[in-house]
Each structure stands twice: as C-alpha cells, then as structure tokens.
Design a protein around this ligand. Structure first.
Ligand code: ATP
Ligand code: MG
Length: 413
C-alpha cells in the first residue's frame, strides 16, 4: 500500500477526554477514530490488525469443529425475558422500536445465549444431533459504566462467542478441555502466551469454576493471584481468592497479586439456557433429556488494545509480526524511483509492504514509522543506494544495518 494513497494520516491532536494509552497511541497512529466514550471506528490500518486477530481466532475455532454463523444484533425483549436477563443484565442497551405498528422492544446484543438457544432448539431432536458448536465474530453492545480504557472496555466492541451443545456433562467437560487448549494456542500466536494465565473464577453454573484468560499488564483493570511455583500458568481471580486461597493445581499458598486484562472467558452453562428455552433431545432409549451447554467468549478488539498496552515504547506501537498491519514499512528518502522498484518486487514476492512515498522530511517519515509500528523498517536513501543497499531495522531494535538490494527478499524471509 502506498502511504500517499492512505486516506488517513498520523494525528497530532488527541481527543481531550481520551486518557487510555492504547486509544491514544492508536488514534495518533491513525488506526482508530474516537466517536464517543467507548465507541470507536476502525480505519484501514486498524481494520487490518483487527482482521488478522480474527483470522487467527477463526482458524482455531474451526480446528475444534466450530461452525461459523452470524446471529442477529437485535434481540427481541421476549427472548431476554425467557432467561430473566431483560431486567437483570445491568449494561444492556434497550431499544423501543417505536410506533411502526408493533411497538416491539429489543436489546442490542450484549451476548447471544438468548438467540443461539432458540436457534439450536430448531435443530436438536435426538442424541444423534449432538454435540455441535457454533460461533460468530460480531459487534456487541454494552453500556459499560467505566468506558475510559479505550479498546479494553468498549460500549461497542467485537466479540468471538462460541456456544457448544452436548448430551451430557462428560461430553461438555471433554470439549471444554479442547476449547481451553485452542484458547492457549491463540494467545501463543498473538505473542501473549507467556503472560496470559488460565484464571480460576467464580461463576460456573454447573461447575465449581469458570475460567478467564488474563493477560498480565499494569494497564489491567482486574487483579489476579498468580502461582509462580507451578509451570501451568494458572492464577486465581480476586473475587474468589477468599475461598480459593491456594493454587488450584499444586496447592501453593504463596500467590502473587498482579494487574491483568481479561482477554477471554469460558463457562460451563449446564442447562441454564437449554432448560428455559425448552431444548430437548431423545436419548438412545427414547427418553427426553435436556442438553448441556458451554460458552466461550473472546474479545478481538480488547486484545488489540491489550497488545498496544504491552508492546510499545515512548515513540509508539511495536506490533508482533502475526498481527502487524504490514510486515514492512518502506521509507523513501527522496529516492522514489529506486524505492518503487523495491516496493513492487517485495509486493510480488508476497510481502505486505506499507510504502512511504510521500513528499515529507526524513524526520517526519521516521516519526510516523515509529508511531505505526510495523516490525521492519526499510530505508532507501542516496547513501544506502551508493552501496546498492537499503537500511533494515527492526522496530524493536535501536540500530539498523545495510542489506544488499539483491539479498533483501531472502533476508526478509
Ligand atoms: P469484564 O469482566 O471485563 O467486564 P465480561 O466477563 O463481562 O468482561 P464476557 O461477557 O465473558 O466478559 O465477554 C467475553 C469476552 O469479551 C471478554 O473476555 C473480553 O475479552 C471481551 N469483552 C467483554 N466486555 C468487553 C468490553 N466492554 N470491551 C471490549 N471487550 C470486551
Ligand atoms: Mg469477566
């Protein structure tokens, strides 16, 4: 992509009420635009990152047999009443359809058990129809009270939500383990594996615990208690530390308190939704039974914010390669003819290149490259060309080195 064609630019003026680092950095670098507290638009660079995060998640969900769907964002009031959550869900956006004939009321989807359960009911008759898992990646709406943390707590945000349906608890338990392993793989691929903890939390309806995936960073709003003794990367959530004051796996009582961001949350729901929505199946003896459910949430937009909180320096963002908007940021310092040739060659070789072909000073281009944070910066200048080279520098490194133009593609691989 030629940077001269990008319709956005890096931004100097920040919204006055934006106090979170992740949103400040992303607005300044031109990834997102602030619409209101907790409400953001994703611009071309931001959309590329978000799409890469989603692609990575989608792959692992498909791998454990998840089938992707897209459910309605409007949820009729009666669906939410069937589960008792029309009144009980504190951050629900409730809408009145107005006088268009039926005066129907809706919630804007904050979570989708109330849509997926009646949907599943239409296709479950016998034990042969189970198990299955369906998921979606969709915008969710929650009128969060503390919407001051940028992408970490949006009033409108992206969620991947998977729902699984099973004949019995043992089958749910086995699938829950598979989903846990898939989640771990995703955080590993996102470069968060070493600082993300499987955290025991209250709230499982049909199990002692639910599990959160918590990524440790001072920017986090949650407190977790980490076991540094066992190698399992487990922790206990602050809300259950009173009753669970030792590592649930090794029994160690010396737990360390850390700030963390909840980047995923998985639950065994049992029959909490399948019962009120009257889902049933015939078992092999012809008896009617109620299936049990699991739900598995993950926040791609919150993950994007978390990665910015974790991977940056005082000059800007440092994207992990797996989700960077472009792998390479190619800067032409008044040498567009040679730089364009390199841009075309690298693009044809399959590299994702952001090519700064604008008529700006070297200082401005360097500053923008640091803000945007692509993993590799290439500089083409009179000086590098005199050695048939370009300068290559990792975003995370202090200094770069020269590489012969003919060796560039193989070096970058
Ligand atoms: P929290 O405890 O942080 O409010 P939650 O427990 O309500 O989150 P879930 O309902 O389990 O969250 O949602 C699943 C996932 O969606 C979370 O693990 C998180 O990654 C993401 N998520 C939840 N709320 C938000 C939000 N307001 N903004 C961005 N992502 C969110
Ligand atoms: Mg939670």
């Amino acid at each position: 992509m030629r940077q001269s064609q990008l319709f956005t630019r890096t931004v100097k003026e920040l919204p006055k009420d934006e106090t979170s680092y992740n949103a400040q950095a992303l607005i300044r670098a031109g990834f997102i635009d602030k619409v209101a507290a907790g409400v953001y638009s994703y611009l071309p660079l931001g959309k590329r990152v978000l799409d890469k995060i989603c692609r990575l998640i989608r792959k692992e969900m498909d791998e454990i047999g998840g089938q992707e769907i897209l459910m309605s964002a409007l949820i009729p009031k009666e669906n939410m009443e069937a589960s008792g959550r029309w009144a009980a869900f504190d951050v629900l956006f409730r809408l009145n359809g107005g006088d268009n004939g039926d005066n129907k009321e809706y919630a804007l989807g904050a979570t989708h058990e109330e849509i997926v359960s009646p949907l599943a009911k239409k296709f479950i008759y016998s034990y042969k129809d189970l198990p299955f898992g369906v998921y979606q990646i969709q915008t969710k709406f929650r009128n969060e009270k503390r919407a001051k943390a940028g992408l970490l707590r949006g009033r409108e945000f992206l969620m991947k939500d998977l729902y699984s349906f099973h004949t019995d608890q043992a089958d749910l338990d086995a699938y829950y383990e598979k989903a846990t392993a898939a989640y771990k793989k995703i955080y590993q691929r996102l470069g968060l594996g070493d600082i993300t903890y499987l955290t025991y939390a209250a709230g499982g309806t049909f199990s002692k615990y639910s599990h959160e995936f918590q990524t440790v960073t001072p920017a986090g709003e949650d407190s977790i208690y980490i076991c540094e003794k066992c190698s399992n990367k487990v922790a206990v959530n602050k809300e259950i530390i009173a009753e669970q004051n030792a590592c649930p796996l090794c029994g160690n009582k010396k737990l360390t308190e850390k700030k963390a961001i909840e980047v995923g949350n998985i639950f065994k729901l049992g029959t909490k939704f399948s019962a009120p929505f009257h889902i049933s199946y015939k078992d092999s003896a012809g008896q009617e039974n109620t299936p049990v459910m699991g739900c598995y949430g993950m926040g791609p937009s919150r993950i994007m914010g978390a990665i910015v909180e974790i991977h940056h320096d005082d000059k800007g963002i440092i994207w992990p390669e797996s989700i960077a908007p472009f792998k390479i940021h190619l800067l032409s310092l008044n040498e567009n003819e040679a730089a364009t040739r390199i841009y075309v060659e690298l693009s044809l070789a399959g590299f994702e290149v952001l090519y700064d072909d604008r008529e700006l000073s070297a200082g401005e281009k360097f500053a923008d490259a640091d803000l945007i944070g692509c993993p590799y910066r290439l500089v083409v200048s009179k000086k590098t060309l005199s050695a048939d080279s370009v300068e290559i520098k990792r975003r995370s490194a202090a200094a770069g080195s020269l590489v012969k133009i003919k060796d560039l593609a193989s070096k970058l691989k």
